[in-house]
Design a protein around this ligand. Sequence first.
Ligand SMILES: Nc1ncnc2c1ncn2[C@@H]1O[C@H](COP(=O)(O)OP(=O)(O)OP(=O)(O)O)[C@@H](O)[C@H]1O
Length: 234
Amino acid sequence: MIETEGLVHRYGDVAAVDGVSLSIDDGEAVAVVGANGSGKTTLVRHFDALLEPDEGRVRVDGRDVTDEPVYARTRVGMVFQNPRDQFVAGTVGADVAFGPENLGLDRTEIDRRVEEALDAVDMAGRGDERIDRLSGGEQARVAIAGALAMEPDHLVLDEPLVGLDRSARESVLDRLDALVAEGTGLVVVTHDLRDVVGLVDRVVGMADGRVALDEPTPAALDRLDEVGVRDPRC
Ligand SMILES: Nc1ncnc2c1ncn2[C@@H]1O[C@H](COP(=O)(O)OP(=O)(O)OP(=O)(O)O)[C@@H](O)[C@H]1O
């Protein structure tokens, strides 16, 4: 479970996150929506201790992420907006293996995790391919595999579909759908709910750094205008 309590994050004088208390259960699929600059990315970066709170606390499974960042990063897998910024190796297999290697796991366990993670994103058998020769959609799926190889309880994706064409979007969404069905929790940051509305069972809407909407789908769809987000049904 991911919990924030009175979380405040400031950049200089700007409170990008301004008192957010939220809890996300294991297995929940949540969309975090809101207009540009409403604080979505800043909020989710705290789940993995990539930022430090100015006020309040963030816990994963009851453990404070500032005190135990490694624990948070093993339970919460993060996939950033531009996967190219996230790759650390030249080939698919080496990149996906990087996280488990850092956990100090033995080779057999690392190989098992890499194989399962690539399989989960429909990239089985492609470990030797160079990442820079993959399409944008394939790169997005490799980035997701890298997070999955840590066997996290939650996968947090920040605008995972930006820049992808329709078929690449569909292939990523297909894989996310399967992961949710298997019980992986999902937090998807987006300002466009159209693609992910069928995937999530809850919508958290941010406005000016605060949670202005927190409702299950489909009820949340009737209130999207309050957070400046388009109703995907229109
Ligand atoms: N590194 C930074 N330094 C200074 N200000 C920042 C920084 N990152 C974000 N901000 C500011 O914090 C506020 C929230 O930004 P954030 O990126 O969290 O919002 P967002 O909802 O994810 O936006 P978007 O939809 O455009 O990605 C904005 O006013 C933004 O300009």
